[in-house]
Design a protein around this ligand. Structure first.
Ligand code: 5AD
Ligand code: SF4
Length: 470
């Protein structure tokens, strides 16, 4: 059943760039606008309001926004020729960092608003009708208290897995990173607010939650008694909520892996044994220049503690190559830490100078050609590690969350605990269940599996709720 809308529904198109938090934020913007008659559309040509939810983490990501705005100007001109109009908004981290500069470069923009203003969106749109609006404040009020929850039908449509922001911002100030400037200081949502949002998602049939934060394991939300609660305890509390089958969190800083969080990995079967724990570089000299506050040895020690607690855990990471001053010997240490940790997968980036960060003015910037060459070598190594990890899954029986129909009829597809795509023979009714699947063959981008014995779902109503929107 579709949500009830006021008669003159307007069409909303949101284009999301960057990280998972932006994906979450885009959904929340859509939720904020739904009661005001805005209905999402997948066709930009059909939209009354286009929002670009932008990313500022690297230069390329930022520049994409301005080329998209060029295309939107053409769309707006066409519309106006036909006597109609379209409103154009820029949200997210580019909006926060560039503010008025966006309107100066692209006068087509009606509305610029930062990540802390999403709850004000309906009001900002109303004001933008009278002239350009720029809102990049960090307001006193808690935006989450003002953002409406998604309608149950909308949550069901979004699928079996959901993101949930628990923490925003960062106080670490790594010398390459814009996040502390665009997302601001670390703020944790109160425990009860997180639990309430989780209950709503789970009651609508979500089975897997990924807790989000720029520095998620620095989470320290207050509970009802005003006590500060860490991410480990939050995981224990969430795991008690009926309907939660799988729990993940991202992105973490190595220094914030507390004993309690490691205990959660040891004791909670529902906490997936797959952890994104960026190290950025394997060289102590570069880690110091990056102001990461940890050495190679302290990072290795953290991974050992986690693996002692949960031996089937696999790690993924982030790496930056070509940070100012990085020599071939430093880079060799990055290759060697990647191998030593044995990452199952990793995101790799060429260092991108971000205005306003300490890295931008450091001496010894690395030439582009060297960055590209190092990136290619690191990518080759990571790719072969990912393939080796997939191969090591052959013969293992992994619990797979079945999410959708497969490519061929009679097939279904899902995800392993390690976020690998798994395809297997199986009836459609298994969508929305977790099945024990023997991994038969590791392909390039997915695994082929065979369901060992069909575990019948214990919640028929959950299956029904998903069947109704299939
Ligand atoms: N240049 C390249 N990569 C960056 N990252 C953050 N800032 C930069 C930058 N200036 C990468 C880091 C981080 C991930 C989200 O993006 O690896 O973990
Ligand atoms: Fe950026 Fe992460 Fe460092 Fe914070 S901890 S400054 S988000 S890289």
């Amino acid at each position: 059943m579709k949500p009830k809308l006021p008669p003159a529904a307007k069409k909303l198109f949101i284009k999301t760039y960057g990280c998972q938090m932006n994906v979450y934020d885009s959904d929340r913007m859509a939720d904020a606008l739904a009661p005001h008659g805005y209905e999402p559309t997948a066709d930009i040509g059909d939209a009354d309001l286009v929002v670009l939810n932008t990313c500022h983490i690297r230069e390329k990501a930022s520049e994409k926004v301005f080329s998209e705005l060029g295309r939107l100007k053409e769309l707006r001109d066409e519309r106006r020729t036909g006597g109609e109009d379209i409103m154009i908004g820029v949200a997210g981290c580019v909006a926060q960092a560039e503010g008025e500069e966006i309107v100066r470069r692209s006068p087509v923009v009606d509305l610029v608003f930062g990540p802390q203003s999403y709850h004000r969106l309906p009001e900002l749109i109303a004001r933008a009708g009278q002239g350009t609006v720029i809102d990049t404040e960090f307001p006193e009020e808690d935006k989450f208290e003002h953002l409406p929850a998604a309608a149950r039908e909308v949550t069901i449509k979004r699928g079996l897995t959901a993101f949930l922001t628990v923490q925003e911002g960062c106080d670490k100030f790594c010398s390459f990173c814009v996040v502390p400037y665009t997302r601001g200081a670390e703020v944790s949502r109160p425990v009860e607010q997180v639990l309430a949002e989780a209950r709503g998602l789970l009651a609508a049939g979500v089975m897997e939650l990924t807790l989000l934060g720029q520095n998620v394991n620095a989470y320290h939300g207050l509970d009802a008694r005003g006590r500060s609660v860490g991410l480990g305890e939050l995981c224990f509390r969430l795991a008690e909520i009926p309907g939660l089958e799988r729990l993940r969190y991202t992105t973490s800083h190595p220094l914030d892996m507390t004993d309690e969080l490691i205990e959660a990995h040891r004791d909670l079967e529902k906490l997936m044994p797959y952890l994104h724990l960026p190290v950025q570089s394997g060289s102590d000299r570069i880690l110091r220049a990056m102001r990461r506050r940890h050495t190679r040895a302290t990072y290795m020690n953290v991974t050992k503690r986690i693996l002692n607690a949960r031996s089937d855990l696999a790690l993924s990471g982030d790496f930056i190559v070509g940070f100012p001053g990085e020599t071939e010997a430093d880079f060799a240490e990055t290759l060697s830490i990647a191998a030593e940790v044995g990452y199952a997968s990793a995101f790799t980036f060429k260092y991108s100078t971000r205005p306003g960060t300490p890295g931008a003015t450091m001496d010894d910037q690395v030439p582009e050609a060297i960055k590209s060459e190092r990136l290619a070598r690191l990518n080759d190594q990571i790719m072969s590690q990912t393939r080796a990890f997939a191969k090591s899954c052959e013969g293992r029986v992994l619990p797979v969350l079945i999410e959708k129909h497969g490519r061929n009829s009679g097939q279904v597809g899902g995800r392993s605990p390690y976020l690998q795509a798994v395809h297997m023979e199986g009836p459609e009714r298994l969508i929305g269940t977790i099945q024990p699947v023997e991994i038969v063959k590791a392909g390039n981008n997915s695994l082929l599996g065979k369901i060992v014995t069909i575990a019948e779902p214990n919640s028929v109503s959950l299956l029904e709720s998903h069947a109704s929107v299939a």
